[in-house]
Design a protein around this ligand. Structure first.
Ligand code: FE2
Ligand code: FE2
Length: 477
């Protein structure tokens, strides 16, 4: 049983009734309308799959007008035109207006039914196609939702991985806690300030949202290679490690006592009487000498530029000896102790400096393990170049300005700035913000850092963004 509604529109009452009854007897749901206006009223109330309409209906709209109006109201309805005044022209016009079929009066019932079946089949095919399209669209939407969720999951996973990596760096060297995050915050803000810059060297530079994300991750991971640097080098505050310094001071103290004992023994051998006053004088002078030597070692041990007078006095340290309980006379300061104390600036020997610097290559090697694609493809190169300097004096590759990615030039400024203002590095006290900015200016004048980028860093107030995260010592004084 077919449940599609069919409408017959014809002004000839007998003819219309005959058709309605004939189609109903065939099992169709069928109604009739005498005029086009009456037909439209019905169309407004319910959907008809097929409308058979007469071409000419006196006193009102024609069948062609009706078809046009029906299409405007319900485009799913298919129309079949019936007329006794057939001409090729009318037929063409009917088809143009969207009639699906055309029957010429007078017709046999079988012709009407044949047209109806053909049109209904087409109607059903259209509905099937619509359903298929709708299902397809629903499936595509579902798949799209799944892909978007998968992408979000991957991004969240990656974000978590980046932050876990930062946690690992900081666990290794708590003194640089917060450095990676502050550098990321400053560098992204500097890149955004570049985006807002009109004119000048950075006028044409515009970073996309993807590039800003890439820069943020590169900044967060830039020092990851520090996990591969030995901890005692990473956190070394002074030239001699604390145990080594204590051993030297203990040996000096022992030398002090050995000297006094030797003098007393010598006097005793010569048969001289023990005089308490002379002993006190002897003790005081030995102690004075020991204190001078200890003070000299402590001054050498500081990670500052070695003062000239300290440098000159260091010869006094080389031949100091004490009695080792196993090997007899031995040097108080071993050659490597002397070499460490002679470091002209900072706390690291050349080898240790090289080891620290190797963090950049280690960062690169680590990042190379990850198959970066699409918008993050340049991340390893950006992180790899954060210690390169415009004049080629950076490391590890000694690249010059044109070879350094612009993102790395921005990161370099933020990295140096944060290293200066951060309060708690073991080998240095915090530098005030104004002093740090002066140092950055000096580095641009020396051809190390990018002057145009520094101008934006200063004029845009980018450097103030991390002010509240620094320890109070780093604030303006
Ligand atoms: Fe670094
Ligand atoms: Fe850094």
């Amino acid at each position: 049983m077919d449940t599609h509604n069919i409408l017959i529109v014809d002004d000839e009452s007998d003819f219309r009734t005959l058709l309605v009854e004939a189609l109903e007897s065939m099992g169709y749901l069928c109604e009739g309308a005498e005029t086009a206006e009456a037909a439209l009223e019905l169309v407004d109330r319910k959907h008809f799959a097929i409308i058979f309409t007469d071409l000419n209906m006196p006193g009102g709209m024609s069948g062609l007008d009706l078809m046009k109006r029906v299409k405007e109201r319900d485009e799913k309805t298919l129309c079949i035109l019936m007329t006794g005044y057939a001409s090729l022209e009318t037929a063409l016009q009917a088809m143009k207006l969207g009639a699906y079929d055309y029957i010429q009066k007078p017709f046999k019932l079988a012709e009407l039914e044949a047209s109806l079946v053909r049109t209904l089949n087409y109607y059903k095919a259209l509905r099937d196609n619509e359903r298929y399209q709708a299902e397809l669209e629903a499936r595509v939407q579902e798949r799209t939702r799944e892909v978007v969720k998968l992408k979000d999951d991957i991004e969240n996973l990656f974000e978590g991985f980046v932050h876990a990596s930062v946690f690992a760096i900081e666990a290794r060297d708590p003194s640089t806690k917060g450095h990676s995050k502050r550098v990321a915050k400053l560098t992204v803000a500097l890149a955004e300030a570049v985006n807002a810059t009109e004119g000048g060297a950075y006028g044409p530079v515009r970073f996309t949202l993807d590039q800003l994300k890439e820069l943020e991750y590169a900044s967060l991971l830039h020092d990851f290679g520090k996990v591969g640097v030995r901890e005692q080098v990473l956190t070394k505050a002074r030239k001699l490690e604390p145990e080594r310094l204590e051993r030297i001071l203990q040996r000096l103290h022992q030398r002090d006592l050995e000297g006094v004992a030797a003098r007393i023994l010598e006097a005793w051998r010569r048969g001289e009487p023990f005089e308490e006053g002379a002993f006190d004088v002897l003790m005081a002078s030995r102690k004075e000498e020991t204190r001078r030597l200890m003070d000299l070692i402590l001054r050498c041990n500081e990670p500052k530029v070695l003062p000239q007078e300290v440098k000159e006095a260091m010869g006094d340290l080389e031949d100091l000896a004490f009695t080792h309980f196993q090997s007899g006379r031995a040097r108080i300061l071993e050659p490597e102790d002397i070499a460490a104390l002679r470091i002209p600036k900072g706390s690291l020997s050349e080898d240790e400096r090289r080891e620290i610097n190797s963090h950049v290559t280690k960062t690169w090697q680590f990042l190379q393990q990850i198959p970066w694609t699409g918008p993050l493809a340049d991340l390893p190169e950006i992180a790899y170049t954060h210690h390169e300097r415009l004049n080629g004096m950076g490391y590890p590759r000694g690249l010059k300005a044109p070879q350094i990615p612009v993102q790395a030039k921005l990161m370099a400024i933020c990295d140096v700035y944060d290293a200066l203002v951060a309060a708690d590095r073991p080998y240095k006290a915090a530098v005030t913000i104004p002093k740090s900015l002066e140092i950055l200016e000096a580095e641009t004048q020396a051809g190390l850092l990018d002057a145009d980028a520094l101008r934006i860093f200063l004029d845009g107030g980018v450097y103030l963004l991390t002010k509240d995260e620094l320890k109070p010592e780093a604030e303006y004084r």
